[in-house]
Design a protein around this ligand. Structure first.
Ligand code: GLU
Length: 449
C-alpha cells in the first residue's frame, strides 16, 4: 500500500516545516501522523474547518530556560532546559524529561507531539507534553546530578502541578533524578504534592511496576500482535536494542513469556548470548554500577561482545527497538526481514526511520509503533497519579494486571481504527487515527482554545 498524502494534509505539513525550521525529528513525527489522517478528514469536514490539525501541531506553551549549576571542581556550567506543554485537551500535560546532550527544541517537540497521541491511546485522562535538557549525566557524580536537578526545578516548578503538568523520566532521567527533582519541588512549594511527578521511589509515593512498565508493555504489545496472527512469543528468539530501563524490562518480560532474548546493545556495541541474556547480571551492570556491556560479557561466559556494529545483524523472530529515535534504518529493517523477523514492537520513541517502516510494510511484518507499543510507561504513570490522588498503594500483581489489560485495549483500539478507516492490520495508521480522533473530539467540545 502506498501512502499518498492528501493535498490539504501536505499543505499543513509544509506550513509546519516553514514555521519550525531545522527541527527534523519534529517534522518526521508530524509527517508520520499526517500521512494517516486523510481518511479521517474526509469523514469529518469539521476538523478541516476548525483547523484541528493545525492547532494540534502548535504547542499550547513552550518554555525554554537557563539552568546554571556548579560542578564538583567549582566550575560554573550552563545548560538549557525545555518543557513543551503540547496539548491539554484530555488532561494535564503528561510526559517525561530527557537529559541527553542531543536534546534541543526539535527533539522535545517530536517527543511531545508523539506523547499527545500515545497518551490519548491509553484511554486515560492525560494530555501531552515533554521536556528535558542538553545536560549529560554520563560521568557526573550524584552531587553534580543533584545540583543540576535542583537548578532545573527552581525554574520549572512554577509551570508544574498535579492538575497542570506532570513530568516523569525518559532517557537520562530515572529514579535518582526524579528524587532530586521532587525534593526541590517540595522545598520550594512547601507542598507534598505526590501527583506532580511520576516514577517516584516506592517508599515516597511511587507506583509498583512503573519502573518495569515500558519494557513490559512493549513486550505485551508484541505478544498481542502475535496473538492477532495466530501465534505467540513462546519459543521465539528476541533481540532488544539498548540496555536502559525499557530494554532491561523487555528482556525480563519476554523471557517470562517463554521467549529467548539473545542480544541487547549500548553505545559501545552489543552482546549476544544464544542461551538467553541473564537479567540479574544486566541489572547489576547497568542499574547498580552504571557500567558498560563489556562488563557484562566479562562476567557471563556464554556471552560474546561485539564492539561497534549493529545489533540488528543478530537474527531474531521479534525485534524490540528500545534505544532511541532513528536507530533502525532501511538497511537494518531489510536484514531483520531477511533473517526471519515477523514482528517489531517499538519500545523507544520513533526508533524506526520512515524508510525502515516502508520495508516492514512491504514485507508484511507486524509492526507496533512506539506511540502504541511503548504507551505502557505513561499509562502506569497515570496509574501512579490515580494512587496518589486516593493516597493508595496497589500491589505488584494488581498493577501488572491493569497494565496488561491496558496494552490489550491499546492494541484493540489501533486494530479497530485501522479496520474502520480502510487499512486493516496497519497499526501505524490505526494508532494515529485512534489517538487523533480522541484528542480532536475533546478539542472540538472545548471550543476554539
Ligand atoms: N518518557 C516516557 C514516554 O515516552 C514516560 C512518560 C511518563 O511517564 O509521563 O512515554
Amino acid at each position: 500500500m502506498t501512502h499518498v498524502v492528501a493535498p490539504v494534509v501536505e499543505n499543513i505539513y509544509e506550513e509546519v516545516v516553514r514555521r519550525n525550521p531545522a527541527e527534523g525529528e519534529f517534522h518526521q513525527a508530524v509527517r508520520e501522523v499526517l500521512e494517516s489522517l486523510a481518511p479521517v478528514l474526509a469523514r469529518h469536514p469539521e476538523y478541516t474547518e476548525l483547523k484541528t490539525i493545525e492547532r494540534i501541531c502548535e504547542p499550547e506553551r513552550q518554555i525554554i530556560f537557563r539552568v546554571p549549576w556548579t560542578d564538583d571542581r567549582g566550575e560554573v556550567q550552563i545548560n538549557r532546559g525545555f518543557r513543551v506543554e503540547f496539548n491539554s485537551a484530555l488532561g494535564p500535560y503528561k510526559g517525561g524529561l530527557r537529559f541527553h546532550p542531543s536534546v534541543y527544541l526539535g527533539i522535545v517537540k517530536f517527543l511531545g507531539f508523539e506523547q499527545i497521541f500515545k497518551n490519548a491511546l491509553t484511554g486515560m485522562p492525560i494530555g501531552g507534553g515533554k521536556g528535558g535538557s542538553d545536560f549529560d549525566p554520563k560521568g557526573r557524580s550524584d552531587a553534580e546530578v543533584m545540583r543540576f536537578c535542583q537548578s532545573f526545578m527552581t525554574e520549572l516548578y512554577r509551570h508544574l502541578g498535579e492538575h497542570t503538568d506532570v513530568p516523569a523520566g525518559d532517557v537520562g532521567v530515572g529514579a535518582r533524578e526524579i528524587g532530586y527533582l521532587f525534593g526541590q519541588y517540595k522545598r520550594i512549594t512547601n507542598r507534598y504534592e505526590s501527583g506532580v511527578l511520576t516514577g517516584k521511589g516506592l517508599t515516597w509515593g511511587g507506583a509498583r511496576v512503573r519502573t518495569e512498565a515500558t519494557g513490559y508493555g512493549a513486550t505485551f504489545f508484541a505478544s498481542e500482535m502475535l496473538t492477532a496472527r495466530g501465534t505467540s512469543l513462546e519459543g521465539r528468539t528476541v533481540v532488544v536494542s539498548g540496555s536502559g530501563n525499557v530494554a532491561l524490562y523487555a528482556v525480563e518480560k519476554a523471557t517470562q513469556l517463554g521467549a529467548t532474548v539473545v542480544a541487547c546493545s549500548d553505545s559501545g556495541g552489543y552482546v549476544v548470548d544464544e542461551a538467553g541474556l541473564d537479567l540479574r547480571v544486566l541489572q547489576e551492570v547497568k542499574e547498580v554500577q552504571r557500567g558498560r556491556l563489556t562488563d557484562y560479557a566479562e562476567r557471563v561466559r556464554s556471552a560474546r561482545h561485539v564492539a561497534g556494529g549493529s545489533v540488528w545483524d543478530v537474527p531474531c523472530h521479534v525485534a524490540i527497538p528500545s534505544a532511541t529515535q532513528n536507530e533502525l534504518d532501511a538497511d537494518a529493517a531489510a536484514r531483520l526481514v531477511r533473517n526471519g523477523c515477523i514482528a517489531v514492537s517499538e519500545g523507544a520513541n520513533m526508533p524506526s526511520t520512515p524508510e525502515a517502516l516502508a520495508v516492514f510494510r512491504q514485507a508484511g511484518t507486524a509492526f507496533g509503533p512506539g506511540k502504541a507499543a511503548n504507551a505502557g510507561g505513561v499509562a502506569t504513570s497515570a496509574l501512579e497519579m490515580q494512587q496518589n490522588a486516593s493516597r493508595d498503594s496497589w500491589t505488584f500483581e494488581h498493577t501488572e494486571t491493569r497494565l496488561e489489560q491496558i496494552m490489550h485495549d491499546i492494541h484493540a483500539r489501533c486494530a479497530e481504527a485501522a479496520e474502520e478507516y480502510g487499512t486493516p492490520g496497519d497499526l501505524v495508521a490505526g494508532a494515529n487515527i485512534a489517538g487523533f480522533t480522541r484528542v480532536a473530539e475533546a478539542m472540538h467540545a472545548h471550543g476554539l482554545v
